[in-house]
Design a protein around this ligand. Structure first.
Ligand SMILES: NC(=O)c1ccc[n+]([C@@H]2O[C@H](COP(=O)([O-])OP(=O)(O)OC[C@H]3O[C@@H](n4cnc5c(N)ncnc54)[C@H](O)[C@@H]3O)[C@@H](O)[C@H]2O)c1
Length: 321
């Protein structure tokens, strides 16, 4: 694993960010978290809060004047902060929290001469891809959600900065990432609904939506694997699993893991052929052969990742109730 003298993690108090921080602390001299705590929580960092190498700064990436100082001397920036909620259609939220925030990070990097960025992008940049599994060089890219559009716009900005200012850039397009501390997404939603009502589970859409899932531990493993092996100025990698699972099957796993017996699954039917919401991509399966041909393979398939994440989230739900 590469060592970094100083790593910045934007969004380091969130779900994926906090796992990333824990891992970085194992081999970095200094890790600085920049987070406005809009969805992130300081409790997410409780296992590492006393680590002398960690600094947590409460700051909004939209306040560009404030963020510049923090970047001085950094070797790498993991830009994880975003509004990750695909279901929010409001364009301004995604323009500000995803595109403008990315621009501010890139400007701060340029001014402080920070030369490496890792960006957490998403499968949603592909929109309703006609080729499934979808490879990184698929095009024309036509996102169908404001979130996907904002991720693609952010990728483009990073590409511009990479080629104009020599910033080495790693773009990772994630499938659905699941695991401990997730604060949104299908497993989280189902658990919350079933805690409220043990007899009926509302499922958005027709339940046949089929997507690929990856456990957060595998996702981070893949990122560090690529960071070690990839030598190009700008690269894009899909990170996902080799298989997929339907929303209805996920509901069955959650019901089983919660030891509930007579739950009635109530499908909303959804819109436009069974989508959960406007902008929901019904079938998502990333082609991960670029990643596997580097030599990396996920340790858990989609079904195993879902089950493990469900147990982890339930453990947390029980211990905090
Ligand atoms: N979870 C997934 O399945 C998934 C899939 C694809 C891509 N991603 C991407 O991975 C990243 C992390 O997602 P997550 O699921 O951990 O979400 P999260 O909401 O748990 O984490 C986002 C973090 O960013 C912080 N943040 C948001 N806006 C900010 C701002 N303006 N200034 C400072 N901090 C800010 C939040 O407080 C939070 O700590 C996001 O970029 C998301 O788009 C996630």
């Amino acid at each position: 694993m590469q060592r970094f003298s100083k790593a910045i993690v934007t969004g380091g108090a969130g779900f994926i960010g906090s796992h990333l921080v824990e891992k970085l602390l194992e081999f970095c001299d200094e890790v600085v978290v920049l987070d406005n705590f809009s969805s992130g929580k300081i409790e997410n960092l409780k296992d590492v809060k006393d680590n002398k190498k960690l600094e947590v700064v409460k700051l909004d990436l939209l306040e560009s004047k404030e963020i510049s100082d923090e970047f001085a001397g950094a070797e790498i920036v993991f830009h994880v902060a975003a509004n990750p909620e695909v279901r929010i259609a409001e364009p301004k939220v995604h323009l500000e929290q995803n595109v403008l925030a990315t621009y501010n990070v890139l400007e701060a990097m340029r001014k402080a001469d920070v030369k490496k960025i890792v960006f957490t992008s998403s499968s949603t940049v592909y929109g309703e891809a006609k080729k499934i599994p979808t490879p990184e060089d698929y095009g024309v890219l036509e996102p169908i959600s404001m979130y996907g559009a904002a991720k693609l716009a952010s990728e483009s900005l990073i590409s511009g900065y990479a080629h104009t200012y020599g910033i080495i850039s790693f773009i990772f397009r994630f499938a659905n990432v699941v695991g401990k501390r997730a604060n949104h997404g299908v497993i989280y939603d189902f658990i919350q609904k079933l805690i409220r009502n043990k007899n009926e589970l509302e499922i958005l859409g027709d339940g046949t939506q089929r997507k690929s899932y990856i456990h957060v531990s595998d996702c981070l493993d893949a990122i560090f694997y690529v960071l070690d092996k990839e030598k190009s100025q700008y690269c894009v990698y899909n990170i996902g699993n080799l298989d997929s699972i339907s929303v209805s099957e996920i509901a069955d796993i959650v019901i089983e893991e919660m030891r509930l017996k007579k739950v009635k699954k109530k499908f909303t039917g959804g819109i436009d052929g069974g989508r959960g919401w406007v902008g929901d991509v019904k079938y998502m399966q990333l082609d991960v052969s670029k990643l596997t041909s580097l030599g990396w393979h996920p340790s858990l398939n989609s079904r195993e990742a879902i089950r493990r994440a469900c147990r982890e989230l339930l453990e947390n739900a029980i211990s905090s109730s």
